[in-house]
Ligand binder design. Structure first.
Ligand code: SF4
Length: 329
C-alpha cells in the first residue's frame, strides 16, 4: 500500500439523498482524496440541529447520505465513515475549546451573520458556536488537512487560530493545527439556471433518481434565455446545460454542441436528451451499487458502527491528552 500524505477530515450535514451539486462539489473529491490521504468522513448530525428544528427526517436523511457516500465509492475498509453524535467526546472538546474562542470573533463571522438573516426567529447558541464545534471535529481526529471551498475558509482559519490559542494558553502542543486544502468547489446551478442547486429550491437532480426521472428533470432545465426559437443561434457559454455537458459528455460531443448550437444546427431538446443520456450512463454504476446497498441495511449500519468505533478510539486518545494539558483531574 502506498504511504499516505496525512489525515484528512471532512464533515457534511445530513441533507438526505444527494444531488448533482453535492456530487460535483464534495463527494467526487471525497472519493479521490482516499488515494492520497487517510480519510475521516463524518456526517455531522449535531451541526444540523442548529438549523433543523423538525428532526423527524434526520435519521433517514443521515442513512440516505451514508448510502450515497458508499455507493459513490467511499471505501469504509480504508476510510472512517461515521455519524458525529456517535462520538460524544466531540461535545466535551467543543466545550473546552469554547473557553479559548472569543465571542466577538464568532459573531463577526460572515456565516453567522448570514444565518441570523436567514432564521431571525431561531438565533440559538449553537449557531454562534458552530465554528467551535467544527474545530472540535477537526482536531479531535488529529487531522492535518481539511478540504475547504472558499466559503468555508474563514471557519478553517478560525480553527487554526483556536488551536494556536489553546496550545499557547495551556503550554502544550497536543492539538494539531490543520492545513487548508483549497478545493475548487464549482458553483453548480440548479435546473432553473440561476440559483445554486439545492433541495430547498427544488431545482436539483438527485443522483439516485431513475433514468426516467432524471430525463424529466433535465428536460426542464433552463437554457440560453435569448434562444427563443429552434432557428435562433445559441450561446453555449451562458447555458447551464452546456456547462453540464462539459462535465459528463465526451469531448467530441461537447465540441460538436459548441459548434452546432452557435449556428442553430442542434436544438435544445436534442441537446438536453443527449445530456440526460450521458448523465444516466455516468450514474448507472452508482445507482446499481446504491440499490444493492439499500437491500443491506444491516451492512450499512455495521459500516457506521465500525466507523464510530474507530473514530472514538482516536477521539479518546486526544481527549486524554487534552484533559491532562488543561489540568482537569
Ligand atoms: S443547444 Fe444546448 S448548449 Fe445550446 S442553448 Fe440549447 S441546451 Fe444550451
Amino acid at each position: 500500500m502506498t504511504e499516505k500524505k496525512g489525515r484528512v477530515f471532512s464533515g457534511a450535514r445530513p441533507t438526505g439523498r444527494q444531488h448533482l451539486g453535492n456530487y460535483l462539489g464534495a463527494i467526487r473529491n471525497y472519493v479521490a482524496l482516499q488515494d492520497e490521504y487517510e480519510c475521516v468522513y463524518c456526517i455531522v448530525d449535531l451541526h444540523a440541529l442548529t438549523t433543523v428544528e423538525d428532526t423527524l427526517n434526520l435519521r433517514q436523511n443521515t442513512l440516505d447520505m451514508a448510502l450515497d457516500f458508499l455507493a459513490a465509492g467511499i471505501r469504509p475498509d480504508e476510510s472512517i465513515v461515521f455519524i458525529q453524535s456517535h462520538v460524544p467526546q466531540v461535545a466535551e472538546l467543543h466545550l473546552i475549546l469554547s473557553m479559548v474562542s472569543p465571542l466577538g470573533k464568532l459573531t463577526d463571522l460572515p456565516t453567522f451573520k448570514e444565518k441570523v438573516r436567514q432564521q431571525p426567529h431561531n438565533i440559538n447558541y449553537g449557531l454562534v458556536g458552530y465554528p467551535v464545534l467544527m474545530t472540535a471535529d477537526i482536531v479531535l481526529y488529529k487531522a492535518n488537512v481539511v478540504p475547504v471551498g472558499i466559503d468555508q475558509a474563514p471557519h478553517l482559519e478560525f480553527a487554526r487560530e483556536t488551536v494556536r490559542s489553546f496550545n499557547y494558553r495551556y503550554n502544550t502542543d497536543v492539538l494539531i493545527e490543520p492545513q487548508m486544502k483549497n478545493t475548487e468547489v464549482p458553483k453548480v446551478l440548479g435546473i432553473d439556471g440561476v440559483e445554486k442547486m439545492g433541495k430547498s429550491l427544488n431545482n436539483h437532480i438527485e443522483l439516485a433518481s431513475t433514468p426516467e426521472e432524471t430525463q424529466q428533470r433535465v428536460m426542464q432545465m433552463v437554457t440560453d434565455p435569448q434562444r427563443m426559437r429552434r432557428t435562433d443561434p445559441g450561446r453555449p457559454e451562458v447555458c447551464n446545460v452546456f456547462s453540464m455537458h462539459k462535465v459528463f459528455s465526451p469531448a467530441e460531443e461537447v465540441s460538436m454542441i459548441d459548434t452546432e448550437c452557435r449556428r442553430a444546427g442542434i436544438g435544445c431538446v436534442d441537446c438536453k436528451k443527449r445530456f440526460a443520456a450521458n448523465l444516466n450512463q455516468h450514474l448507472a454504476p452508482f445507482r446499481a451499487r446504491r440499490n444493492e446497498l439499500a437491500l443491506k441495511p444491516a451492512y450499512v449500519q455495521d459500516v457506521l458502527d465500525d466507523g464510530a468505533q474507530r473514530a472514538r478510539a482516536i477521539a479518546e486518545q486526544t481527549m486524554r491528552d487534552v484533559r491532562q494539558a488543561v489540568g482537569l483531574p
